[in-house]
Structures are given as C-alpha cells and as structure tokens.
Design a protein around this ligand. Structure first.
Ligand code: ADP
Length: 410
C-alpha cells in the first residue's frame, strides 16, 4: 500500500513514548506511521499527521487502522489478542500474535524458560490450593522470602510484591495482593526471591529468515521497581564476558524457538552467587535499550523497523561506554500542567516525550550520553546527572515556588 510519494504505511498500536520514538524513526526509512490514538496531542499522536482516532480496545478502531496499512507494530505487549484476531487482519501485526500471547503472560514466560532450560528463579503456581494455605506453604508461614507477581498487565514494578520473610505482616500483604489481582481477574504466581548484585538487560533483534543480532549486555539500575539508569557495556563495567555470552545464547534460543520478528529485550538478575537468571522478556522495543539512539550504530527503533520491513539489520556495535538516565517525575509533584523540557548539554542528549502533566515516577523523557574513550565515562555520568538535577530543581521551583529559595525558573 504505497502512497503518492511511494512510501509504505505502517500502523503503530499505542500512543505513548515508545510509539513516539518508533514513529520518529520510521520516517527516515520511508515509512509513513499511522497512530491509533484518541488524542492527537499524545506523545505519539504529535509525531504524525496520519492517525486513526480510536482506541486499542475497540475492534472497529483496530480494523480501521489495520485495513489501511501494510503492517503494524506494538508498543505494549498488553494488547487484546482475541480482539486483534477478530478483525481478520491480525496477521499484519509484528511480532506475531502467537509470540505476543506467550510473552504477555509472565507465567507462560517462566514455563517457556523452563522448557528451554534457560536458568530462572523457581516458580510456584497456586493450582487448586486455597489462597491462605498456598501462601503459607510457599513462604514457610511468611518466614521464607518470595516474590508474588501478576501474570499479566504488570509494568514498572506494579504487579510485583517482594516479601522478605518478615512473618505475619508479609502474609497479610500477600493476601491483599492476591485479593487485588482476583478483583482485576489477573492470575498470580510466586517465585523465589533472588539475592542479586545487579540487574542486567540485553536487547536483541531477529528477522523472519533468522538473521539475529544482540546489543551488548547492560546494567540496569531500578528505583522502586522503575528503571532509573542504564549503563554499559556491562563487560566494560566489571561483568564477566561469560555472562554476556550466556545472555546472548538465551536471547537466541528464545527468539528462534518462538520465531520472534523485531526487537525484544530480556532482563536478568546477576545473583550474589554469580549465577545469571532471566527475570523477564519484553517482545518490543524497551527502556533498557534507549541508549542505542546515541551510542550505537543502529538504534533499537530503527532495527525494529528493519526487521518488520524485512530489511537487513543494522550493526549493533556501540561506543565503548554509554549511559541513559530516565527523567522521572519528582516524588512531590503532581500537576496537570506540563513539565518543562530539560536543556541537556554537550554530552547529554535529550529525548523528550511531551506528555501532558507530571506525577511522581512518571517517565517524561530520558537523557543519553556516550563516549569513544572509556576514560571519559565519569564525565558522561556527571553530565547526565547535572542535566537531570538541574531539571529536577527547576520543576520543584516551578511547581512548589513557596518551598523554593530561588523562586520559579525563568
Ligand atoms: P515489571 O514487569 O513491573 O518491571 P519485574 O518482574 O521486572 O516487573 O520486577 C520489578 C522489580 O522487582 C525488578 O526489577 C526487581 O528489582 C524486583 N524483582 C522482581 N522479581 C524478583 C525476584 N524474583 N527476586 C528479587 N527481586 C525481584
């Protein structure tokens, strides 16, 4: 379906920041992105004059989008696969519905990992057991550390309860968590708590014919279940090369077993005992790969399109050091007013999502930095920290001028 300029039309299911960055990187490839959005001023809606006004949970709106495009990519795995299939056009979606079905469910992911013999923390299913006795048995009456998880619809730590084994209070928190999930019709499972040194992640991309590439293993630092900062390559920062090799093998096994097309991310725990365990898999472009926009030969967004369009994949080589700092809404600020665009600096590249409103922990943008010389890595980190700190100060001064010694920023 080429338009009068000879460009193909591709849909994007979603209108948040990942959709925005996908849309922006489609354009140089001669692809006209069409966004499914109810709001043309959403992060992705702003990027393209072409959109279908509608909602991802409406069969008619999905049909309207899919009927005018060659294909469509997703920004979130939590799409309604049954609804997509009911349009009769689900075969246009990348990755395939069968891949999305497995990877949108963390319990299915765990079973896949066990099947592929890829190390992951042991899993406990509730089965037909009554909730209280199940919780008591898997946690030794609340004294053994475990983690409860929503099988679906969890993100940014929402849908995860880490229980450190502190007894009755843990059992109470666990019961509340299961009750909340039951109310929302979400299945819950448990896994062993992993005592880890670091959280790591790897981005990979696969084409239909099997062409496959990985980016370097990276270190992902989380705060309150939300990714705060990513640095890499992990092997330049003290993580043994053998872990990068093992991570790459795990990614390839997953991709070839499922027949994934496009970019996907695998998150890992590096245990205090030195073992590498898979935490979870995301069948899409991912926050842990944003560094690739400024530190790599090919960004994750470009390679996602290349895979979707069945073009040869770009190199996944990177600079010797890179970092990505998420710009999160500061703890004390909630407002419908927009946050201000950070200014960045020579070493800090701004990627702004242009969201309406600000709230604690909300992902509003990110900063990327990279260098050709490892000896400059400290300067890169300082540049990101300075830029982010300045922005945080400005927001505090603007939204809480009474508390600001300097008043609102100009
Ligand atoms: P989400 O999909 O919301 O990001 P994750 O499964 O990645 O959820 O969990 C969020 C965070 O919770 C992880 O980054 C990690 O810090 C912590 N966590 C999750 N599972 C475990 C576990 N089994 N052991 C220890 N910490 C965990």
């Amino acid at each position: 379906m080429l338009d009068i300029t000879g460009q193909a039309r591709w849909g994007i299911l979603g209108d948040g920041q990942l959709a925005r960055m996908l849309a922006l990187s489609a354009i140089p490839l001669g692809v006209r992105p069409i966004i499914l959005t109810g709001d043309s001023s959403s992060p992705a809606g702003q990027t393209s004059p072409l959109f279908v006004r509608g909602h991802i949970d409406s069969r008619d709106d999905l049909h309207a989008l899919l009927s005018q495009v060659d294909g469509a990519v997703i920004e979130s795995e939590f799409v309604n696969c049954d609804l997509l299939e009911s349009t009769g056009l689900a075969n246009k979606v990348v990755p395939s519905i069968s891949v999305i079905r497995v990877l949108q469910n963390k319990l299915e992911q765990k079973k896949l990992l066990q099947h592929l013999k890829i190390p992951t923390s042991p899993l406990f299913e509730q089965g037909s057991q009554e909730t209280q006795s199940w919780l008591k048995s898997i946690s030794d009456n609340g004294t053994r550390p475990i983690v409860l998880k929503f099988a679906t619809l969890g993100y940014d730590g929402k849908g995860v309860l880490v229980l450190r084994g502190s007894g009755a209070s843990d059992l109470e928190a666990a019961s509340d968590f299961v009750a909340l999930a039951t109310k929302r019709k979400i299945a819950v499972y448990a896994e062993d708590l992993v005592e880890f040194d670091r959280e790591l992640a790897m981005l990979a991309v696969r084409r239909k014919d099997g062409e496959f590439k990985t980016w370097p293993l990276v270190i992902s630092e989380q705060k309150n279940g939300i990714c705060d900062r990513v640095t890499g390559p992990a092997t330049s920062l003290g993580v043994p090369k053998a872990h990068e090799v093992a991570a790459g093998i795990a990614c390839e096994k997953i991709a070839s077993h499922l027949g994934i097309v496009g970019v996907f991310a695998v998150e890992f725990f590096l245990g205090v005992d030195g073992t590498l365990l898979v935490n979870e898999i995301a069948p899409r472009v991912h926050n842990s790969g944003h560094y690739s926009q400024n530190a790599g030969c090919t960004s994750q967004f470009e390679n996602h399109w290349r895979a979707a369009l069945d073009l040869s994949l770009g190199s996944t080589d990177t600079m010797p050091f890179f970092a990505m700092q998420n710009i999160l809404g500061p703890a004390e600020i909630t407002s419908k007013e927009c946050a201000h665009v950070p200014k960045g600096s020579e070493m800090a590249h701004v990627h702004w999502y242009a969201k309406r409103g600000i709230s604690p922990g909300r992902k509003l943008g990110h900063l990327n930095g990279a260098c050709h010389d490892m000896s400059l890595s400290g300067d890169v980190l300082s540049a990101l920290q300075a830029s982010y700190g300045r922005w945080q100060d400005e927001q505090r001064h603007f939204f809480n001028p009474a508390e600001s010694p300097r008043g609102a920023p100009k």
